[in-house]
Design a protein around this ligand. Structure first.
Ligand code: NDP
Length: 485
């Protein structure tokens, strides 16, 4: 079978597709079949140089345009993304293996939202006037310069837009390096931005593994790095960025708690647990994978959860009826299988799932473990797959201490009908994003990001502007100036 997935070239640099076949070959594998659906090449030093040179050359003119002009281009790109949603969603499904049912409503849509939101904000980015008697200070909000975005493989279109849109709105240029596992979607984002009128050199996409990302991060002509990835990569990138005193945003991993009290609406709580564990086959950073369920309702919760999971339609992710697809890669599937084996070896009770499906591609069953205790590996480490760990609790103070007893702090959720308790618990959570009677919403209007090892900085919302711009204070003296000598 041939797939409509081979891009015109591996990279998009200075407003055009660019190839350099000397780069290491990157095979793009369709997770639902195991077949190769495209082959690209990692960026050579020549390509990296071309991207940095183009970005540096284009950025000052872009920054000198008015916010209204910049914003208009971003909003036009949002419109094109919406018009091409079907094509982009099909491509995202090939790139990641995620069901079209999800990609058609989440990925390009959320990317378009970011372009529209930051496009609208571009014209509102102003400084302040600070009176000091008859003198005054004014501030200028200025771009950082050249920003590098490095993406994970779970939301390739969304991540390319979440980083690109605020960077461009603020007057920066962007060089985006997708994950080598999902290199296709960001090229389309670059193509659409240029179709919308973005001048050449401002949004470049170059492919490669960690080494390409690492070369970008350590280049002195790069001013900012925004990474979405694991904590281990985050540590390396943060250290390399510190060396050059660069600005950073780090969107890293998590092991988020979801607490379900005995007064919760069980059906809603089960929905929350499903959204927080099995969407995108569990490959979502903010997933609530430690599900603390009050002892009184534990068995009722588990039996309803099992029933609902049996209703998952597992199959060809391009089929709109499919609601549960494969893992992104064989490697990721093997990692997750290792965690399932550890869960069993350490004494957790397998409620359902646990096996690879006997079909082509990298399919794992939705898996639930009960009777998990805090120090089991599956309760401590990020699995990044369709594996839910259910733990018991009885007391609010005790469960909060256990929920916060983790190096991560990306997200947390609570299901209860007691409003006072809901807000008390949300306030006590050590997490960047908290959910009350819902889970895993991430609209562009709200800040998104983690605390503790889960990250630095925020994406989306007005908060993102702080991470893609800097403030200059300009002092103005109206009268004569006195000096001691
Ligand atoms: P990785 O950390 O393995 O990779 C992330 C990106 O960093 C990839 O593009 C990778 O390139 C690149 N990279 C790797 N090493 C370096 C380096 N030394 N210097 C610069 N770049 C480097 O993460 P995954 O792609 O496996 O994604 C899964 C992880 O991402 C999970 O931990 C998940 O929680 C997290 N994540 C966080 C989100 C958030 O918003 N907080 C959202 C989504 C995912 P390559 O892989 O091509 O070698």
């Amino acid at each position: 079978m041939t797939y409509p997935t081979q891009p015109k070239a591996s990279h998009f640099v200075n407003g055009a597709y660019l190839e350099d076949a000397d780069g290491t070959a990157i095979d793009v594998i369709y997770a639902a079949s195991g077949e190769r659906i495209a082959q690209l090449h990692a960026a050579t030093p020549k390509v990296i140089e071309a991207a940095i040179t183009a970005a540096r050359a284009a950025q000052p003119k872009w920054a000198a345009m008015t916010g209204t002009e910049r914003g208009r281009i971003l909003r036009r790109a949002a419109d094109i993304m919406r018009e091409r949603n079907h094509e982009l969603s099909v491509l995202e499904t090939y790139d990641t293996g995620k069901p079209y049912q999800e990609t058609s409503v989440v990925d390009a849509t959320s990317g378009a939202d970011a372009l529209e939101y930051f496009g609208g904000m571009a014209a509102t980015l102003t400084g302040e006037h600070i009176p000091l008697g008859e003198d005054w200070v004014y501030t200028r909000r200025e771009p950082l310069g050249v920003c590098v975005g490095i993406g994970a493989w779970n939301y390739p279109t969304q991540i390319a837009c979440w980083k690109g849109a605020p960077a461009l709105a603020c007057g920066n240029a962007m060089i985006f390096k997708p994950s080598e596992t999902t290199p296709l979607c960001a090229l389309k984002v670059a193509e659409i931005l240029h179709e919308a009128g973005l001048p050449a050199g401002l949004y470049n996409v170059i492919q490669g593994m960690g080494e390409v990302g690492s070369a970008l991060v350590s280049d002195p002509r790069v001013d900012k790095v925004s990474l979405t990835g694991s904590v281990a990569t985050g540590r390396k990138v943060y250290a390399a960025a510190a060396d050059g005193m660069k600005h950073v945003t780090m969107e890293l991993g998590g092991k988020s708690p979801l607490i379900i009290f005995d007064d919760a609406d069980i059906e809603n709580a089960v929905s929350g647990a499903i959204l927080g564990n099995f969407y995108s086959s569990g490959q979502v950073c903010s997933n609530g994978t430690r599900v603390f369920v009050h002892k009184k309702i534990k068995e009722a919760f588990l039996s309803r959860l099992k029933e609902r999971l049996e209703g998952a339609v597992i199959g060809d992710p391009q089929d709109p009826d499919t609601s549960f697809g494969p893992m992104v890669s064989e490697r990721q599937m093997e990692i997750v299988k290792g965690y399932i084996a550890k869960g069993q070896a350490e004494g957790a009770r397998l409620v359902c799932g646990g096996a690879q499906l006997p079909r082509d591609g990298f399919y794992l069953e939705p898996t639930v473990f009960a009777d998990v205790v805090d120090d089991m590996t599956i309760a401590r480490e990020e699995i990044f797959g369709p594996v839910m760990a259910v733990l018991d609790f009885e007391d609010e103070t005790d469960v909060l201490a256990r929920a916060n007893d983790t190096p991560f702090g990306l997200a947390a959720g609570v299901f209860t009908r007691d409003l006072a308790r809901a807000h008390r618990v949300a306030a006590a959570f050590e997490a960047g994003t908290c959910y009350i009677n819902t889970y895993n919403d991430a609209p562009v209007e709200a800040p998104f990001g983690g605390v503790k090892a889960s990250g630095v900085g925020r994406e989306n919302s007005k908060a993102a502007i702080e991470y893609y711009s800097q403030i200059k204070s300009v002092y103005v003296r109206m009268g004569d100036l006195e000096a001691p000598f």
